[in-house]
Structure formats: C-alpha cells, structure tokens
Write a protein of this length. Structure first.
Length: 342
C-alpha cells in the first residue's frame, strides 16, 4: 500500500463505476485540474465503443469485455499553466469483480526519462571511447614507437662500437638503415597526431583537412573515395562547426569501411541558401536503421554524431536500406550556424 500511495504515476482503482482508492499523486492532480473521475471513465468508455461493436452505453459491460491494457493520449488543463500531456492507461485487474485501474503517466516526465536514458548511454559510450582511444595510443606507443626507437638506439650503439673497425661501406649502410627506421617512427608519430587532432584543420582549414584524411584512408584501404567540394569561396565556416563536420566525415567513412563492405565512398560538401551541409554516401550493403535503436558500438557512434550536430543547432539525417547503401548527412542553418561571410 505504501508503494501505491507514493507511486510516481497518478493511479485510481475502480469497481464497476465506483472509485475505490487513489494515490496521493492522483488526488493532487484532480485537485489542481479540471479533471474528475467521471470524465476519466467516459474517456475509457468512448475509446472502447469506438474500437468495438458495442452498441449500448453500459460502461461495466464494455469494461468487462476489455481484457488487455489500453492507452489513450490525454491533455489536461491546469490553473494558470500550460496544458499537461498524459497517457491514460486502463488495466483490468479482476474481470469477475470488474475491478480495474486507471493510471495517468506524464508524457513530459517520460520524455525527460527517455532523454536521461539517451544521455546516460551517450556518456557511457564517450567514456568507453575515451578509454579505448587511450588504450590504443598506449599500445601504439609501446608496440610501434618505442620498439622503433629502441631498434634505432641499438643500431647507433653498434655504429659507435664499430666505428674504428667497420668499413666505410658497412658504416654507411648501417647509418642508412637507422635513418630509415627513424623515418618510419616519425611517420607513425605524425599519423597518431593526425588522428588525435589534424593540424591541417587548424592551419589550412576544413577542405584541406578532409583531403588529407581521404588520401590517408584511400592509401590504407584501397577504397575509392570521391570528394565533391561545393563550398562557396566567400564563406568561412566557424571553427567549432568545421571540427564537427570533420569528425562526422571521419566517423561516417570509418563506419563504411568497417561495416558496409563497400568499394566506393562519396563526400559531398556544399553551401546553399540555408547553410552548409556534408553528406557521406557509400554503395555498401546497408542496414536496418530501426535496429540501430538497440544500444551497440555502432548505434552509439551514430548517437554521438547526432548529439554533436544538435549541440550546434544542426540537423543529422541517417538513411540506409539493406542492399542499397547508406547516407549520413548533416546540415547547419545559416543563422544557427553563424556562418561568416568574409
């Protein structure tokens, strides 16, 4: 009974057309709004009659014939406040004695809970992504960078120990080998730096950074990536939006390479009357977008994209069909994105 009294939803229990009991939240709701118990019962009866062949106005008969839960959207006017949105849920508790409940769930509260759930999943994904990134950096530093430097150090030690005995040819060959090893290490360090923060984005802008990213991905994967740039020359994209566009392109192409089984990717970057947009299209196997609502690494990656775009008042669109490829598109309105005309 204590759980009933302090439930998070307004709950009323009836037998036939008589109210047996209601919890504190229901009492407060009835006191503060223009809703009464007869109105709630009539809502249920109207719904049942509309969805059945019942021709009489016997409330008890209609209720007895309804065994499963029903949900009815309900808007309630409150004193001096905005209308409140609820879901009215009718549940048959005892068909023999005709005992049933009416529960009023706040749609606003449910929406807040859904938002909190999404935010919680996103925070978990971001934390996990950060830890995975740190782990990958640590492994790269240990397995590649550190080993390369160690090998170069051993080569230099050998040169020092043999500088008086080795021939000039052997000495030169060993020196060339060490230089090549250090160049490989330097290239790997540069690659790590580009993954963390592309210097071209800061130094040269969005388009050169995207071209550098595309070149690296093509060299590493062999996938054909076409970049169509239709940015107007007199438009400067603010840095925070440029960063998000770059990261969306990076994530979308990475997803296509990992999951789409595609041999072609197209990037379309353009400005238009309404703002700036980026679209990443692959010709791969596609997927069922509805299943992306289930939490997994890929869906949370898409969720992260969406949240990044929404934070800057942009629009994120994902379209995919099995066997027909995938399109990821982001748009930033002119006013919301604060595009600057130089």
């Amino acid at each position: 009974m204590q759980n009933f009294s302090h439930a998070s939803d307004a709950m009323l229990i009836f037998q036939d057309d008589q109210l047996l009991i209601m919890n504190d939240l229901a009492q407060n709701l009835l006191d503060q709004t223009d809703v009464d118990t007869n109105y709630l019962q009539q809502l249920v009866l109207t719904y049942l009659k509309r969805n059945s062949n019942e021709s009489d106005d016997c409330f008890n008969c209609a209720i007895k014939n309804q065994l499963s839960d029903i949900t009815i959207p309900l808007t309630i006017n409150s004193d001096g406040k905005e209308p409140l949105s609820y879901s009215l849920i009718h549940r048959q508790l005892s068909s023999h004695e005709n005992v049933y409940s009416i529960t009023l769930k706040s749609a606003d509260a449910r929406e807040r809970l859904d938002q909190l759930s999404v935010q919680h999943s996103l925070i978990q994904y971001i934390n996990r992504a950060h830890e995975d990134e740190r782990k990958q950096i640590s492994e790269d530093l240990h397995d590649s960078i550190a080993q390369g430097i160690f090998t170069a150090i051993m080569g230099i030690s050998r040169l020092v120990s043999q500088q008086t005995t080795a021939s000039k040819t052997d000495f030169a060959q060993q020196g060339d080998l060490i230089q090549n090893q250090l160049r490989e290490v330097l290239n790997e360090v540069k690659g790590m730096a580009l993954d963390l923060r592309p210097s071209a984005l800061d130094d040269l802008g969005l388009v050169p950074a995207l071209k550098t990213l595309i070149q690296r991905l093509q060299e590493n994967t062999g996938i054909q990536i076409t970049f169509i740039n239709r940015l107007k020359p007199d438009i400067t994209i603010p840095n925070d939006i440029a960063i998000v566009i770059y990261r969306i392109a990076q994530e979308a192409m990475s997803n296509a390479i990992k999951h789409a089984d595609t041999d072609e990717i197209t990037l379309l970057l353009l400005t238009h009357d309404k703002g700036v947009s980026l679209e990443v299209i692959d010709t791969g196997k596609g997927f069922d977008v509805a299943k992306m609502n289930q939490p997994n690494g890929r869906s949370l990656g898409l969720l992260n994209m969406n949240e990044r775009v929404k934070a800057l008042n942009g629009v994120f669109t994902l379209e995919s069909k099995i066997g027909e490829g995938t399109s990821v598109k982001v748009e930033f309105p002119v006013i919301s994105a604060h595009l600057e005309v130089s």
